[in-house]
Design a protein around this ligand. Structure first.
Ligand SMILES: C[S@@+](CC[C@H](N)C(=O)[O-])C[C@H]1O[C@@H](n2cnc3c(N)ncnc32)[C@H](O)[C@@H]1O
Length: 225
């Protein structure tokens, strides 16, 4: 049985992983960035400490630091045991083992938890959910969405994907989504219909390789302009 999860879990990647997943250049990092579904990732903490401008949105941010930590502790063993059972679906190069995956993710999530109280006060972590966002049209230069759209295709409909991408594109000049695989390391069932529908509506869509691959075959992002 392929990698499966009953629900969308809080699981966070690092600033360095975001840079690779989205092939972010110095110019990209100088944009005002929207991190959508950032959860307990440490991208916001990392970019803010380097002087960047970033706002993260996720329904997880309705919870306190202590509540998020408890939730991470609750899902941690399940995610690692699903990964162990399905180890062939992943590339064990930069992250050489399940144990080091646990450590890498925990380091990123701890960096997030350390930054969260300050960032919440500063309005960098907002309790908001796709498919509707209360931002002004064109408020951001770049919107990033990691490990939510496409990955959770079994949980999220095609219509939800279309509405979410249109909304992200309304608030940001450019969107990047990674990965394009769903759980189980197969191409998202929504990928072709999303490309077809949005192209017909006049969006410019490109699928480009990136220097990051952990899910086997998951080394491409979608850019929507
Ligand atoms: C697997 S985590 C990915 C976290 C981070 N982007 C990363 O790659 O490390 C998926 C996140 O999607 C968030 N999420 C669930 N429903 C959402 C919605 N409607 N809008 C935005 N984010 C949502 C969850 O709360 C969770 O934090």
């Amino acid at each position: 049985m392929a990698f499966t999860l009953d629900e969308i879990v809080p699981w966070g990647r690092s600033y360095e992983e975001y840079r690779e997943m989205f092939a972010l250049s110095e110019g990209d990092l100088a944009e005002r960035i929207l991190g959508c579904a950032d959860g307990p990732a440490s991208f916001n903490a990392g970019l803010t400490s380097r002087g960047g401008a970033v706002v993260s949105v996720d329904p997880l941010y309705r919870f306190s630091c202590g509540e998020i930590r408890t939730r991470i502790d609750q899902v941690f063993d399940t995610v690692l045991s699903e990964t162990r059972k399905n180890a062939h679906e992943f590339v064990w190069k930069t992250i050489p083992s399940v144990e080091s995956l646990g450590q890498t993710r925990m380091d990123a999530m701890n960096a997030f938890l350390e930054d969260y109280p300050r960032g919440r006060k500063d309005g960098r972590y907002l309790d908001l959910s796709l498919p509707e966002l209360p931002f002004r049209t064109g408020e951001f230069g770049l919107a990033l969405c990691s490990h939510y759209l496409f990955l959770y295709s079994p949980h999220l409909s095609l219509d939800f994907h279309l509405r979410s991408i249109r909304e992200l594109r309304r608030v940001a000049r450019e969107i990047r989504v990674f990965p394009l695989l769903e759980l189980g390391a197969v191409w998202s069932r929504h990928l072709d219909p999303v490309v077809e529908s949005l192209s017909e509506e006049g969006y410019r869509i490109a699928i480009e390789p990136v220097p990051y691959e952990f899910q086997r075959g998951g080394n491409q992002m979608m850019i929507i302009r």
